[in-house]
Design a protein around this ligand. Structure first.
Ligand SMILES: Cc1cc2nc3c(=O)[nH]c(=O)nc-3n(C[C@H](O)[C@H](O)[C@H](O)COP(=O)(O)OP(=O)(O)OC[C@H]3O[C@@H](n4cnc5c(N)ncnc54)[C@H](O)[C@@H]3O)c2cc1C
Length: 311
Protein backbone atom coordinates (compact mmCIF):
# COMPACT_ATOMS: atom_id res chain seq x y z
CA UNK A 1 0.00 0.00 0.00
CA UNK A 2 1.52 3.34 -1.05
CA UNK A 3 1.39 6.21 1.39
CA UNK A 4 0.15 9.46 -0.08
CA UNK A 5 0.33 12.81 1.67
CA UNK A 6 -2.34 15.26 0.55
CA UNK A 7 -1.62 18.89 1.37
CA UNK A 8 -4.86 20.84 1.80
CA UNK A 9 -8.19 20.08 3.48
CA UNK A 10 -10.52 22.09 1.26
CA UNK A 11 -12.95 20.43 -1.12
CA UNK A 12 -10.17 19.61 -3.60
CA UNK A 13 -7.83 18.00 -1.05
CA UNK A 14 -10.58 16.00 0.66
CA UNK A 15 -12.07 14.75 -2.63
CA UNK A 16 -8.62 13.66 -3.86
CA UNK A 17 -7.88 12.05 -0.49
CA UNK A 18 -11.12 10.07 -0.48
CA UNK A 19 -10.73 8.85 -4.06
CA UNK A 20 -7.10 7.82 -3.40
CA UNK A 21 -8.20 5.94 -0.31
CA UNK A 22 -10.97 4.21 -2.27
CA UNK A 23 -8.28 3.19 -4.79
CA UNK A 24 -6.42 1.42 -1.97
CA UNK A 25 -3.83 4.02 -0.90
CA UNK A 26 -3.05 5.01 2.66
CA UNK A 27 -3.81 8.72 2.81
CA UNK A 28 -2.87 11.39 5.32
CA UNK A 29 -3.98 15.00 4.89
CA UNK A 30 -1.89 17.90 6.20
CA UNK A 31 -3.43 21.36 6.25
CA UNK A 32 -2.93 24.75 7.82
CA UNK A 33 -6.71 25.30 7.92
CA UNK A 34 -9.05 22.46 8.81
CA UNK A 35 -12.01 21.84 6.46
CA UNK A 36 -14.50 24.28 8.02
CA UNK A 37 -11.90 27.07 8.05
CA UNK A 38 -11.08 26.88 4.32
CA UNK A 39 -12.25 28.93 1.34
CA UNK A 40 -14.28 25.86 0.39
CA UNK A 41 -16.42 26.32 3.52
CA UNK A 42 -17.44 29.82 2.32
CA UNK A 43 -18.63 28.73 -1.14
CA UNK A 44 -22.31 29.19 -1.99
CA UNK A 45 -22.08 26.36 -3.31
CA UNK A 46 -23.72 25.61 -6.56
CA UNK A 47 -22.39 23.38 -9.33
CA UNK A 48 -21.42 26.00 -11.93
CA UNK A 49 -18.23 26.24 -13.99
CA UNK A 50 -16.98 29.75 -13.19
CA UNK A 51 -13.56 31.39 -13.51
CA UNK A 52 -11.70 28.17 -14.18
CA UNK A 53 -9.66 27.27 -17.25
CA UNK A 54 -9.00 25.72 -19.78
CA UNK A 55 -12.58 25.34 -20.97
CA UNK A 56 -12.20 21.88 -22.48
CA UNK A 57 -10.73 20.21 -19.39
CA UNK A 58 -13.02 22.21 -17.10
CA UNK A 59 -16.09 21.01 -19.03
CA UNK A 60 -14.97 17.38 -18.73
CA UNK A 61 -14.16 17.64 -14.99
CA UNK A 62 -17.45 19.48 -14.39
CA UNK A 63 -19.45 16.79 -16.18
CA UNK A 64 -17.92 14.04 -14.05
CA UNK A 65 -18.55 16.04 -10.87
CA UNK A 66 -22.16 16.76 -11.83
CA UNK A 67 -22.93 13.06 -12.01
CA UNK A 68 -21.10 12.21 -8.80
CA UNK A 69 -22.81 15.00 -6.85
CA UNK A 70 -26.16 13.93 -8.29
CA UNK A 71 -25.43 10.43 -6.98
CA UNK A 72 -24.47 11.79 -3.55
CA UNK A 73 -27.69 13.84 -3.42
CA UNK A 74 -29.57 10.56 -2.85
CA UNK A 75 -28.08 10.57 0.68
CA UNK A 76 -29.32 13.57 2.76
CA UNK A 77 -26.32 13.22 5.13
CA UNK A 78 -24.01 14.50 2.39
CA UNK A 79 -25.55 18.00 2.31
CA UNK A 80 -25.94 17.76 -1.48
CA UNK A 81 -29.34 18.45 -3.12
CA UNK A 82 -30.46 18.75 -6.72
CA UNK A 83 -32.11 22.15 -7.17
CA UNK A 84 -33.73 23.82 -10.18
CA UNK A 85 -32.65 27.35 -10.93
CA UNK A 86 -32.36 30.09 -13.50
CA UNK A 87 -29.49 32.09 -14.94
CA UNK A 88 -30.58 35.40 -16.47
CA UNK A 89 -28.76 37.71 -18.91
CA UNK A 90 -29.20 41.34 -19.89
CA UNK A 91 -28.32 40.66 -23.54
CA UNK A 92 -28.89 37.81 -25.98
CA UNK A 93 -26.39 35.04 -25.27
CA UNK A 94 -25.42 31.79 -26.95
CA UNK A 95 -25.37 28.51 -25.01
CA UNK A 96 -22.74 28.45 -22.24
CA UNK A 97 -19.33 27.01 -23.11
CA UNK A 98 -19.88 24.26 -20.53
CA UNK A 99 -23.22 23.18 -22.10
CA UNK A 100 -21.97 19.59 -22.61
CA UNK A 101 -21.52 19.13 -18.85
CA UNK A 102 -25.22 19.32 -17.93
CA UNK A 103 -27.89 16.84 -19.07
CA UNK A 104 -30.57 19.47 -19.79
CA UNK A 105 -30.67 23.23 -20.26
CA UNK A 106 -33.95 24.97 -21.05
CA UNK A 107 -34.13 28.43 -22.60
CA UNK A 108 -36.26 30.85 -20.59
CA UNK A 109 -38.90 32.55 -22.70
CA UNK A 110 -40.51 34.96 -20.20
CA UNK A 111 -38.45 37.04 -17.80
CA UNK A 112 -38.67 40.38 -15.98
CA UNK A 113 -36.74 43.45 -17.22
CA UNK A 114 -33.83 44.20 -17.43
CA UNK A 115 -33.31 40.59 -18.50
CA UNK A 116 -33.72 39.46 -22.11
CA UNK A 117 -32.26 35.96 -22.14
CA UNK A 118 -31.57 33.05 -19.82
CA UNK A 119 -31.76 29.36 -19.15
CA UNK A 120 -32.94 27.05 -16.41
CA UNK A 121 -31.35 23.81 -15.31
CA UNK A 122 -31.23 21.40 -12.40
CA UNK A 123 -27.91 21.39 -10.64
CA UNK A 124 -26.30 20.19 -7.41
CA UNK A 125 -26.35 22.66 -4.52
CA UNK A 126 -23.89 21.75 -1.80
CA UNK A 127 -24.23 22.88 1.78
CA UNK A 128 -20.51 23.14 2.34
CA UNK A 129 -20.18 22.82 6.14
CA UNK A 130 -22.31 19.65 6.03
CA UNK A 131 -20.51 18.29 2.96
CA UNK A 132 -16.99 19.00 4.26
CA UNK A 133 -17.87 17.25 7.52
CA UNK A 134 -19.24 14.30 5.54
CA UNK A 135 -16.09 14.06 3.39
CA UNK A 136 -13.84 14.28 6.48
CA UNK A 137 -15.83 11.63 8.32
CA UNK A 138 -15.69 9.26 5.35
CA UNK A 139 -11.93 9.72 5.06
CA UNK A 140 -11.11 9.37 8.75
CA UNK A 141 -13.66 6.56 9.22
CA UNK A 142 -11.81 4.49 6.62
CA UNK A 143 -8.42 4.97 8.30
CA UNK A 144 -7.20 8.29 6.85
CA UNK A 145 -6.10 11.26 8.92
CA UNK A 146 -6.37 15.05 8.83
CA UNK A 147 -3.69 16.93 10.74
CA UNK A 148 -3.30 20.66 11.19
CA UNK A 149 0.15 21.69 9.96
CA UNK A 150 1.28 24.93 8.33
CA UNK A 151 4.01 24.08 5.81
CA UNK A 152 6.67 26.33 4.29
CA UNK A 153 7.19 23.94 1.39
CA UNK A 154 5.86 20.62 0.15
CA UNK A 155 6.81 17.57 2.27
CA UNK A 156 9.98 16.02 0.78
CA UNK A 157 10.07 12.62 2.45
CA UNK A 158 6.90 11.04 1.09
CA UNK A 159 6.63 8.66 -1.86
CA UNK A 160 3.80 10.67 -3.37
CA UNK A 161 2.50 14.12 -2.44
CA UNK A 162 -0.73 15.60 -3.77
CA UNK A 163 -0.61 19.38 -3.62
CA UNK A 164 -4.16 20.65 -3.13
CA UNK A 165 -3.21 23.79 -1.25
CA UNK A 166 -5.19 26.25 -3.37
CA UNK A 167 -3.93 29.78 -2.90
CA UNK A 168 -1.23 28.37 -0.58
CA UNK A 169 0.56 27.13 -3.71
CA UNK A 170 1.96 30.63 -4.14
CA UNK A 171 4.19 29.80 -1.19
CA UNK A 172 4.55 26.05 -1.04
CA UNK A 173 4.82 25.42 -4.77
CA UNK A 174 6.49 28.79 -5.50
CA UNK A 175 3.79 29.63 -8.05
CA UNK A 176 3.07 33.37 -8.32
CA UNK A 177 0.46 32.76 -11.04
CA UNK A 178 -2.12 31.72 -8.39
CA UNK A 179 -3.98 34.87 -7.40
CA UNK A 180 -6.84 35.59 -5.01
CA UNK A 181 -10.22 36.56 -6.43
CA UNK A 182 -12.07 37.89 -3.43
CA UNK A 183 -15.68 36.82 -2.98
CA UNK A 184 -17.98 38.39 -0.40
CA UNK A 185 -21.36 36.84 0.51
CA UNK A 186 -24.17 37.35 3.01
CA UNK A 187 -26.32 34.72 4.62
CA UNK A 188 -29.94 35.74 5.12
CA UNK A 189 -32.76 33.89 6.80
CA UNK A 190 -34.56 31.27 4.71
CA UNK A 191 -37.70 33.04 3.45
CA UNK A 192 -39.17 30.09 1.58
CA UNK A 193 -36.85 30.15 -1.45
CA UNK A 194 -36.57 26.81 -3.23
CA UNK A 195 -34.77 27.78 -6.48
CA UNK A 196 -31.35 29.30 -7.13
CA UNK A 197 -30.98 32.47 -9.23
CA UNK A 198 -27.93 33.80 -11.01
CA UNK A 199 -27.02 36.93 -12.95
CA UNK A 200 -23.48 36.39 -14.21
CA UNK A 201 -22.94 40.16 -14.45
CA UNK A 202 -22.14 41.44 -11.03
CA UNK A 203 -21.78 38.54 -10.26
CA UNK A 204 -25.07 38.10 -8.42
CA UNK A 205 -26.45 34.86 -7.08
CA UNK A 206 -29.01 33.67 -4.57
CA UNK A 207 -28.72 30.08 -3.41
CA UNK A 208 -31.24 28.45 -1.05
CA UNK A 209 -29.96 26.12 1.68
CA UNK A 210 -31.93 24.26 4.36
CA UNK A 211 -31.73 26.94 7.08
CA UNK A 212 -30.56 30.05 5.24
CA UNK A 213 -30.00 31.61 1.82
CA UNK A 214 -26.57 32.58 0.45
CA UNK A 215 -26.55 35.93 -1.35
CA UNK A 216 -23.53 36.97 -3.39
CA UNK A 217 -21.30 38.23 -4.53
CA UNK A 218 -18.15 39.85 -5.75
CA UNK A 219 -15.11 38.81 -7.77
CA UNK A 220 -12.28 41.18 -6.94
CA UNK A 221 -9.02 40.13 -8.56
CA UNK A 222 -5.85 40.48 -6.51
CA UNK A 223 -7.73 41.49 -3.34
CA UNK A 224 -6.47 39.80 -0.17
CA UNK A 225 -8.78 41.24 2.52
CA UNK A 226 -10.92 38.66 4.30
CA UNK A 227 -12.84 41.34 6.17
CA UNK A 228 -16.44 41.82 4.98
CA UNK A 229 -17.14 45.36 3.77
CA UNK A 230 -20.50 46.95 4.73
CA UNK A 231 -20.80 49.06 1.57
CA UNK A 232 -20.13 46.00 -0.63
CA UNK A 233 -22.76 44.02 1.33
CA UNK A 234 -25.36 46.74 0.66
CA UNK A 235 -24.53 46.68 -3.05
CA UNK A 236 -24.84 42.87 -3.17
CA UNK A 237 -28.27 43.04 -1.55
CA UNK A 238 -29.39 45.73 -3.97
CA UNK A 239 -28.29 43.66 -6.99
CA UNK A 240 -29.82 40.48 -5.60
CA UNK A 241 -33.19 42.18 -4.99
CA UNK A 242 -33.46 42.76 -8.76
CA UNK A 243 -33.49 38.97 -9.17
CA UNK A 244 -35.50 38.09 -6.05
CA UNK A 245 -37.19 41.11 -4.41
CA UNK A 246 -37.82 39.26 -1.09
CA UNK A 247 -34.07 39.34 -0.45
CA UNK A 248 -34.31 43.04 0.44
CA UNK A 249 -36.62 42.26 3.38
CA UNK A 250 -34.85 39.12 4.68
CA UNK A 251 -32.97 39.30 7.98
CA UNK A 252 -29.19 39.22 7.50
CA UNK A 253 -27.60 36.49 9.62
CA UNK A 254 -23.89 36.94 8.86
CA UNK A 255 -21.26 38.05 6.34
CA UNK A 256 -18.35 36.05 4.93
CA UNK A 257 -15.41 36.51 2.58
CA UNK A 258 -13.40 33.86 0.75
CA UNK A 259 -10.39 34.13 -1.55
CA UNK A 260 -10.83 32.00 -4.68
CA UNK A 261 -7.57 30.38 -5.80
CA UNK A 262 -7.51 31.62 -9.41
CA UNK A 263 -4.88 30.71 -12.00
CA UNK A 264 -4.66 31.14 -15.78
CA UNK A 265 -5.24 27.34 -15.88
CA UNK A 266 -5.99 24.75 -13.23
CA UNK A 267 -2.69 23.01 -12.51
CA UNK A 268 -3.26 19.27 -12.59
CA UNK A 269 -0.02 17.52 -13.49
CA UNK A 270 2.75 15.38 -12.07
CA UNK A 271 6.18 16.74 -11.17
CA UNK A 272 9.18 14.56 -10.25
CA UNK A 273 11.83 16.07 -8.00
CA UNK A 274 14.70 14.98 -5.74
CA UNK A 275 13.41 13.84 -2.36
CA UNK A 276 14.95 14.55 1.04
CA UNK A 277 15.98 10.88 1.27
CA UNK A 278 18.09 10.91 -1.91
CA UNK A 279 15.48 9.34 -4.20
CA UNK A 280 12.82 10.81 -6.42
CA UNK A 281 9.59 12.19 -5.06
CA UNK A 282 6.43 12.42 -7.11
CA UNK A 283 4.23 15.45 -6.62
CA UNK A 284 0.80 15.62 -8.24
CA UNK A 285 -0.34 19.24 -8.27
CA UNK A 286 -4.07 19.95 -8.18
CA UNK A 287 -4.79 23.61 -7.51
CA UNK A 288 -5.98 26.85 -9.09
CA UNK A 289 -9.68 25.96 -9.37
CA UNK A 290 -10.80 29.61 -9.18
CA UNK A 291 -14.56 29.94 -8.74
CA UNK A 292 -15.32 26.30 -9.42
CA UNK A 293 -13.53 24.10 -6.89
CA UNK A 294 -16.70 22.23 -5.93
CA UNK A 295 -17.80 21.99 -9.57
CA UNK A 296 -14.50 20.40 -10.62
CA UNK A 297 -13.75 18.40 -7.48
CA UNK A 298 -14.61 14.82 -8.44
CA UNK A 299 -13.44 15.10 -12.04
CA UNK A 300 -10.07 16.38 -10.82
CA UNK A 301 -9.88 13.79 -8.04
CA UNK A 302 -10.34 10.97 -10.58
CA UNK A 303 -7.52 12.39 -12.70
CA UNK A 304 -5.26 12.70 -9.65
CA UNK A 305 -5.87 9.00 -8.89
CA UNK A 306 -4.92 8.04 -12.43
CA UNK A 307 -1.69 10.11 -12.19
CA UNK A 308 -0.79 8.61 -8.79
CA UNK A 309 -1.38 5.12 -10.19
CA UNK A 310 -2.22 1.83 -8.52
CA UNK A 311 -1.78 1.22 -4.78
C1 LIG B 1 -17.80 33.54 -2.05
C2 LIG B 1 -17.41 32.30 -2.81
C3 LIG B 1 -18.39 31.56 -3.45
C4 LIG B 1 -18.04 30.43 -4.18
N1 LIG B 1 -19.03 29.71 -4.76
C5 LIG B 1 -18.70 28.58 -5.46
C6 LIG B 1 -19.71 27.80 -6.05
O1 LIG B 1 -20.90 28.11 -5.95
N2 LIG B 1 -19.34 26.67 -6.72
C7 LIG B 1 -18.03 26.29 -6.85
O2 LIG B 1 -17.75 25.27 -7.48
N3 LIG B 1 -17.04 27.03 -6.29
C8 LIG B 1 -17.35 28.17 -5.62
N4 LIG B 1 -16.36 28.93 -5.04
C9 LIG B 1 -14.96 28.58 -5.31
C10 LIG B 1 -14.48 27.49 -4.37
O3 LIG B 1 -14.75 27.86 -3.05
C11 LIG B 1 -12.99 27.26 -4.56
O4 LIG B 1 -12.69 27.00 -5.91
C12 LIG B 1 -12.56 26.04 -3.72
O5 LIG B 1 -12.91 26.25 -2.38
C13 LIG B 1 -11.08 25.76 -3.85
O6 LIG B 1 -10.85 24.63 -3.07
P1 LIG B 1 -9.39 24.18 -2.64
O7 LIG B 1 -9.57 22.92 -1.87
O8 LIG B 1 -8.50 24.19 -3.83
O9 LIG B 1 -8.87 25.38 -1.71
P2 LIG B 1 -9.19 25.78 -0.21
O10 LIG B 1 -10.59 25.50 0.18
O11 LIG B 1 -8.70 27.18 -0.07
O12 LIG B 1 -8.28 24.82 0.64
C14 LIG B 1 -6.86 24.93 0.59
C15 LIG B 1 -6.26 24.08 1.69
O13 LIG B 1 -4.83 24.16 1.57
C16 LIG B 1 -4.30 24.47 2.85
N5 LIG B 1 -3.03 25.16 2.77
C17 LIG B 1 -2.76 26.30 2.09
N6 LIG B 1 -1.50 26.68 2.36
C18 LIG B 1 -0.97 25.76 3.21
C19 LIG B 1 0.28 25.62 3.85
N7 LIG B 1 1.28 26.51 3.68
N8 LIG B 1 0.48 24.55 4.67
C20 LIG B 1 -0.51 23.65 4.86
N9 LIG B 1 -1.74 23.75 4.29
C21 LIG B 1 -1.96 24.80 3.47
C22 LIG B 1 -5.37 25.33 3.46
O14 LIG B 1 -5.16 25.45 4.86
C23 LIG B 1 -6.62 24.56 3.09
O15 LIG B 1 -6.81 23.47 3.97
C24 LIG B 1 -16.68 30.05 -4.29
C25 LIG B 1 -15.71 30.79 -3.62
C26 LIG B 1 -16.06 31.90 -2.89
C27 LIG B 1 -15.00 32.67 -2.17
Amino acid sequence: MARVIVVGAGVVGLSCALRLQQAGHRVDVLARDLPLETTSAVAAAIWYPYRAFPYERVTAWSGTTYHELERLAADPDTGVRMVEGTELHRRRTSDPWWRAAVPTLTRVTAMPPPYVDGWSFRTPVVEMPVYLRWLSKALVGAGGSITRMALNGLPDRAEVVVNASGLGSRLIAGDPSVMPVRGQVLYVEQFGLDRWWLDAEGPTYIVPRSHDVVVGGTDEEGEWSRTPDAHTAAQILERAAVLVPEVARARVLRHKVGLRPARPQVRLEEERRPSGTGGVERVVHCYGHGGAGITLSWGCADEVVSLVGPA
